[in-house]
Design a binder for this molecule. Structure first.
Ligand code: NAD
Length: 498
């Protein structure tokens, strides 16, 4: 059985762990490995390595830091298949889906390759006689990332390439459910020339997270995960004086107006609802049909759902893989039970499905509910599985009001052929990322990524320009060099232009 341990100060941590957790192969249901769960002392060792490394890394010329990122980009790009297979083996998603994840991560590394330009300051000459003012951006110090299971390579890459390129050192606490991708990244960063201690990985759970939140040598925490934990991280991290960005869960609605192209809308709803078995923060989980749209849309969705192939992520024929753990599978099945109990119409039931030869894997087939109402549990909670709910409303305004009343605000979409209706949506909707005739606004590295309301705590969306702001702080310098205009002691507050 494979043993997955921490990466501290440029090497694998050799001490035996006090506690371990299981890592599954979700396709077969077997325990494939065990991951070390960090103690407080192990987190402290990682932070100390990062603190020491920062003393030199902050002064490494920005072009050299940038070069490490270029080399890291080359390695990840060349070995993307290897990384994708590691993701599939622990997460369960299909290999093509995992390759897409790697590609999105690579784009953030590419953005970080531009760090010399991104951290440039501003300069104003002659703000007063013989006085110039300028800003410089400096790294924060040791920063930490805490990441979810659903994108084990990409979400950490939303954080560490930019943080490191900007001169910080990093402690990553990835999801304990699929930890191996982070270890591979650590090895590849070292191979790319990153000095020991600049990037460290500690595996674990609440023990490690709580130590990160209170550790006095950590300046900032980036978090991506579910809303209750995001809120907890934000409240406790800021209480300890840290800069915190905490991205939470989602309940993404897709509105289909009666004039929409129903073929396009059906393709989008099924792709975004069941891609990665619904374990995406940008998955569509609620289709809101306006007027008679449902009667035309649902038959087209049913045709498509009937053709979906669910199976092991390594099988080239599979379009949808298993869920990540048995607990998560049981939770999703519990929600389907609850939907039936509360009176929603179960149109397609994915419970009890398993492909032949994989009876112990954590599978749930695509599931579709109709006539879901906002008071039902399956509408209110984030299910994070292959379960799509249809809510029927009479008017467009009702659809907008429904979304705006929802506590989550990560992503949403509208399908229509009316430009005015789309524009109204983009203007009025209380959600951070909006698709127009596209189901999921795909993250792009040169735009920051983040939702509104309970989907993001803190002021900074992740990576992109906001990421540069998050991982640097501004210093303002006002400078004057001795000159003949020097006028001696003056206790007055300088007046503008003097
Ligand atoms: P999670 O909140 O359970 O775990 C995220 C991280 O927090 C993990 O590293 C985990 O070890 C840690 N953690 C879990 N429980 C903790 C506790 N009680 N105290 C301290 N730390 C704890 O999330 P998950 O199940 O791994 O991932 C799925 C969630 O992530 C979904 O809600 C999804 O919407 C969200 N997500 C959001 C985005 C986004 O961009 N907003 C992106 C990806 C995933």
């Amino acid at each position: 059985m494979k043993r997955i341990t921490h990466w501290i100060d440029g090497e694998e941590w050799s001490a035996d762990p006090e506690r371990t957790g299981p890592v599954y192969d979700p396709a077969t249901g077997q325990v494939a490995g065990e991951v070390a769960m960090a103690s407080v002392a192990e987190v402290d060792a990682a932070v100390e390595a990062a603190r020491k490394a920062f003393e030199e890394w902050r002064d490494v010329p920005v072009t050299r830091r940038q070069n490490v990122m270029f080399e890291f980009r080359r390695i990840v790009s060349d070995r993307r298949r290897q990384l994708a297979e590691v993701i599939t083996s622990e997460h369960g998603k299909t290999v093509p889906d995992a390759l897409g994840e790697v590609q999105r991560g690579l784009e953030v590394i590419e953005f970080a390759c531009n760090i010399a330009h991104l951290v440039k300051g501003e300069y104003s000459e002659q703000v007063s006689t013989g006085v110039d003012t300028y800003t410089i951006r400096q790294p924060l110090g040791v920063v930490a990332g805490i990441t979810p299971f659903n994108f084990p390579a990409m979400v950490p890459m939303w954080m560490y390439p930019l943080a490191i390129a900007a001169g910080n050192t990093f402690v990553l606490k990835p999801s304990e459910k699929d930890p191996s991708a982070s270890l591979l990244a650590a090895q590849w960063l070292a191979e790319a020339g990153l000095p020991p201690g600049v990037f460290n990985v500690v595996h674990g759970d609440k023990v490690a997270v709580d130590r990160i939140l209170e550790h006095p040598d950590i300046s900032a925490v980036s978090f991506v995960g579910s809303t209750p934990i995001a809120r907890y991280i934000y409240e406790n991290g800021t209480k300890h004086g840290k800069r915190v960005q905490a991205l939470g869960g989602a309940k993404n609605h897709m509105v289909v107006l009666p004039d929409a192209d129903m073929e396009l809308a059906a393709d989008a709803a099924v792709s975004a609802g069941f891609g990665s078995a619904g374990e995406r923060c940008m998955a569509i989980s609620v289709v809101v049909t306006v007027g008679d749209a449902a009667d035309r849309l649902l038959p087209k969705m049913l045709e498509r759902i009937a053709k979906l192939r669910t199976g092991p992520g390594t099988d080239p024929d599979s379009e949808m893989g298993p869920l990540v753990t048995p607990e998560h599978r049981d939770r999703v099945v519990g929600y389907i039970d609850k939907g039936v109990e509360e009176g929603a119409e179960l149109v397609v039931d994915g419970r009890g499905y398993a492909p032949e030869g994989y009876e112990n894997g954590f599978y749930v087939g695509p599931t579709l509910f109709d006539r879901v109402t906002p008071d039902m549990t399956i509408y209110k909670d984030e299910i994070f599985g292959p379960v799509l709910s249809t809510v029927r409303v009479d008017t467009y305004q009702e659809a907008i009001d429904l979304i705006n009343a929802n506590p989550y605000g990560n992503g949403t979409a509208v399908f229509t052929n009316d430009g005015g209706a789309a524009r109204l949506f983009q203007n009025q909707i209380q959600v951070g990322m909006v698709g127009i005739n596209l189901p999921i606004p795909v993250p792009l590295a040169f735009y920051s990524f983040g939702g509104w309301k309970d989907s993001l705590f803190g002021t900074h969306p992740i990576y992109g320009p906001h990421g540069v702001d998050f991982y640097t702080r501004q210093k303002v310098v006002i400078s004057r060099w001795p000159d003949p205009m020097h006028r001696g002691v003056d206790l007055g507050f300088p007046q503008h232009g003097s």
